[in-house]
Design a protein around this ligand. Structure first.
Ligand SMILES: NC(=O)c1ccc[n+]([C@@H]2O[C@H](COP(=O)([O-])OP(=O)(O)OC[C@H]3O[C@@H](n4cnc5c(N)ncnc54)[C@H](OP(=O)(O)O)[C@@H]3O)[C@@H](O)[C@H]2O)c1
Length: 330
């Protein structure tokens, strides 16, 4: 299959190339796309050098699928051009996620809703993906009523410039371009994406709205506090979930052990729990610290970690592409 990767020189784009290679996706021709700044540069794919092209050349090459990770503005402008040319777009930005005419897909949950007519498919927000992969199997059994989530998010979620800011600050250089309004090394910022009129950030409202859309249930109540921390391996989340009925903690663990894409790491006495260091580079979502919330009936506490560049972005997008290929939908 001919595949274009729009944003191929970025953090997520680089991870998409790695995931396509590792999962042995049958790429017959790779078309790497980036901004004008990068046209003509070389990227490496499967040990070969491939030249970065502009979007017009990519459309002319007629790939079956274009995976986008080039920001919302680029996506709003370019995705329809690719779609009009018959190319199926899988988009990592937030541009199309809440558009009621577009599907918001986590393959473990709702890939079966995809059809040939879906020409722009939205990949959800990274912190939402890892949460719903764990919540959905529990929702099927017990019915999720309300979720209270606090996140501890990696700087890789902001892109290359943020990783540069962290390591420059760590080496004592405070002169680099600032992506965040404050230092990030040795600090914690209760601020991800822009602040909205309701006092929440856009990232927090993505978790509220995208969870309902992916799990197909508008009655699920979600409240979120999203926080940036100076780590690079992945995002972590403390999740408190209230169900419509009581549950057995051992059964919750059993359900999660059998859930697609989930790995249970829950042996705290032996210091086994999910961490960004151990989730880094992995495709699965890790869950641990599974325990009853003793302050409230039918409520459970979880600690969920995943590599935001992998399952939170690249892996989820490539899994959508795999589904399209397997079901002859692109
Ligand atoms: N990082 C995450 O955890 C994460 C997770 C989910 C979704 N996302 C989304 O993925 C997207 C990219 O994030 P990132 O972290 O990879 O950012 P990044 O490292 O800053 O990379 C941005 C990429 O977009 C390309 N680009 C910018 N303007 C373009 C244009 N006009 N036409 C074509 N390509 C253009 C850049 O090309 P140049 O190199 O030429 O500038 C670069 O390849 C964003 O929409 C982000 O919201 C990120």
């Amino acid at each position: 299959m001919k595949i274009a990767v729009v944003g191929s020189t970025g953090l997520v784009g680089g991870e998409i190339l790695k995931v396509l290679e590792e999962r042995n996706f049958p790429v017959t021709e790779l078309i790497p796309v980036a901004s004008e700044r990068s046209v003509g540069k070389q990227i490496t794919f499967k040990g070969k050098q491939v030249t970065v092209v502009g979007f017009e050349d990519a459309i002319k090459a007629k790939p079956a699928i274009a995976i986008f990770s080039a920001g919302g503005g680029t996506s709003l402008k370019l995705a329809p051009l690719f779609a009009e040319a018959g190319i199926t777009v899988i988009d990592n930005s937030s541009a199309w996620r809440m558009d009621p005419t577009k599907k918001l897909v986590v393959p473990e949950i709702n890939a079966n809703t995809l059809t040939k007519e879906d020409k722009i498919i939205a990949n959800p927000n990274c912190s939402t993906i890892q949460m719903v992969v764990v919540l959905n199997p529990l929702h099927k059994k017990y019915g999720v009523k309300r979720v209270v989530v606090s996140t501890y998010q990696s700087v890789t979620g902001t892109g290359k410039a943020a990783v540069d800011q962290l390591f420059a600050e760590r080496s004592g250089d405070h002169s680099t371009e600032k992506v965040y309004p404050h230092p990030i090394d040795l600090n914690v910022l209760p601020h991800i994406d822009v602040f909205l009129d309701n006092g929440y950030t856009k990232e927090e409202m993505k978790m509220v709205n995208e969870t309902k859309k992916i799990m197909g249930d508008d009655s699920i109540l979600v409240t979120a506090t999203t926080v940036r921390i100076p780590t690079i391996g992945g995002h972590s989340e403390a999740v408190n979930v209230e169900f419509g009925q009581d549950f057995d903690v051992a059964e919750v663990k059993e359900i999660l052990e059998g859930a697609e894409g989930v790995v249970v790491q829950d042996d705290p006495k032996n210091f086994v729990y999910p961490m960004p260091l151990t989730a880094h580079g992995r495709d699965e979502v890790f869950v641990g610290r599974i325990r009853r919330d003793e302050s409230r009936p039918n409520a459970l506490n979880l600690w969920i970690v995943a590599d935001n560049l992998r399952k939170g972005a690249a892996t989820n997008a490539v899994q959508i592409a795999e589904y399209l290929l397997a079901n002859n939908l692109a």
